[in-house]
Design a protein around this ligand. Sequence first.
Ligand SMILES: C[S@@+](CC[C@H](N)C(=O)[O-])C[C@H]1O[C@@H](n2cnc3c(N)ncnc32)[C@H](O)[C@@H]1O
Length: 374
Amino acid sequence: MTRDEILSELTRLQPWFHRIDLGGGLYTKTESVMGEPVDHPFGPWQTIQRLLPKDLSGKTLLDIGCNAGFYAFEAKRRGAKRVLGVDGQRQHVRQGLFVRKVLGLDVEFRRLNVYELNPRTVGQFDITLALGLLYHLKHPILALENLYQVTKELLVIETAIMPPRQTPKSFVYSFGSAKTVLHPLAYVENPPDAKEQVFNWFLPGVDALTALLRNTGFAEVELVEIKDDRAAVVCRKAKGETSTHDTLKHFVAQLKLEEELHACRASSELTFRVRVENIGLARWTAAGEAHGGKGAVSLGSHLLQADEEEVDWDYGRARLPRDLEPGETANIEFKVRAPETPGTYIVEFDMVAEHVTWFEDYGSQTLRHELVVE
Ligand SMILES: C[S@@+](CC[C@H](N)C(=O)[O-])C[C@H]1O[C@@H](n2cnc3c(N)ncnc32)[C@H](O)[C@@H]1O
């Protein structure tokens, strides 16, 4: 691109929040947009670069809320094998793609909301950066759970926090007989029509922030810096073994009936054909751990009346034909006997890890099917 072409694109893609050096004395921005220092993010980069390995060779890195891609390009310069910058606003993806062209660095960009992130939409990355993002979210816990799922090793968070000097102390509180610790978290009141990705919503106190990250599942949560009303935190996942709870929340199924079966005769033999897909991160074993049966994943169902009254909680079982890895599917024949009493029923299919849990208990969607018995 000629200098004039670059200058014209810089104007077309204004306003710029990131000041990125494009070479030849050209920078993406020359003035502050919303009160940030003109050279943003040079200041926070001094902290973030200390938290990243100097050499990122062989590593994959996701930068969520990447804006024009300053950090994503720096990661590529450190040798990262794959860098993906994701931002919820199209304008920033355009900026990132333009800078990529000028710098000639192989960084991918995608417009995606943090709520859409999961291993199926983007895969998993060794390192995830979520800088200047958390306080822009109305659903911070959902977002943190997504960040956990797409991160293999390390998550770096940089965020605005509740101003430490105005943050009440955490304290022990009794919910009935259970004692628990309450950590202050501030809600920012905005006009009802305020745009989510631009406004601020929740400002956690530092203790709330670190507790949230621990509870999301990170094995190590290290508060590395508090500067005024901002904090930087490094979170590491456990290596190798994961806790039982960790595995259970990764049991997620998508169930679909392959053939419609809406009406039947009382007490007749029924065959449902169900397509089951493992859309979580855990492997489903057909035979159970060490083949003892515990944890073996099967398709089960509950028989309910139309008003939700339970008729039979354990309404049939069908075994998996084989182990299912994340992303794999199987077609299962599910045979049961229709109820003796005519009426309208709901057959609610769910996967079950035998003697451990129904998947629904950890948030997986069941498949509800109305059945009229004549
Ligand atoms: C304050 S800027 C921070 C940019 C950059 N990470 C930094 O630290 O300089 C917040 C960025 O997050 C993006 N963002 C806000 N909410 C988002 C969401 N729900 N999903 C994806 N990106 C989001 C915004 O578009 C914006 O680019």
